[in-house]
Ligand binder design. Sequence first.
Ligand code: NAD
Length: 266
Amino acid sequence: MTEQRFLPVNLSGKRVVVTAGAAGIGRVIAEGFLAAGARVHVCDVAPEAIDEIKTDIPEISTSRTDVSDPAAVNAMFDEVERRLGGLDILVNNAGIAGPTGGVTDVSAEALRETLAIDVESMFHCAKRAVPLMRREGLGHVVNLASVAGRLSYPNRTPYAAAKWGVIGFTKSLAMEVGRDGIRVNAILPGHVNTTRFSGLVERRAAALGMSPEDMERRVLDPVALGAKVEREDIANMALYLCSPFGMAISGQAISVCGGVEMMGWK
Ligand code: NAD
């Protein structure tokens, strides 16, 4: 028997936008919604990633959009309205790791870029998505935060500040739009089994003169399950929240992390 990859929910007829959805966690989220029968549009800033998803999954429509740019986000939503005729689900997935270093080393430019992509982009997208969802009297916004949005993360203060900001945005927006039938939640991934995680492990290991294997063991030590999570685990939480089973859930920050109690990059 082949293993089931995604939660078997039926979202046929739903129209979904996944930001930064051409690669990484976003792409798997997009694949999950497609498997549930939804119509999916992804945007991304990387042309190669867009070409790849276009070739692999032609049913998913795409646009090249930098979500930190409000004008580009507006153009993307104009296109989404034309193509899909409305919107039911927005997954604000875009987020960069930002700079690593002490607060005295972080440049103003790197800080601004992190906040612009990781938090401001969510405002730009919600500004256009909420009126479309109000029209339906129903909608879901899912924001990708991180366990860095509920724990301290020394030497990654811009990322931590951005992700704590995502939680505040999520809870406040949920109160603002709940009476319009719109649910707003955040997912907090832990250490996800991606090239981004292995890259961070390798760089940190090199800086401390350790092997990547020892570094990974150190990082996973303060995790209850002692393991990374998969991109599908994140996608399945998004599917659950946007399915009929998730209708009672709004304003929540839900960790999908195996129980991360400390960020271990010191
Ligand atoms: P990633 O680094 O793999 O990037 C995914 C895509 O984002 C890429 O295709 C990239 O081109 C696109 N992108 C980057 N900047 C963009 C922009 N300005 N506009 C549009 N697209 C842009 O990301 P990921 O690891 O899949 O992470 C996805 C989300 O999950 C992020 O918000 C991230 O902070 C969060 N997260 C990831 C992890 C992890 O371990 N990977 C852990 C916790 C939280």
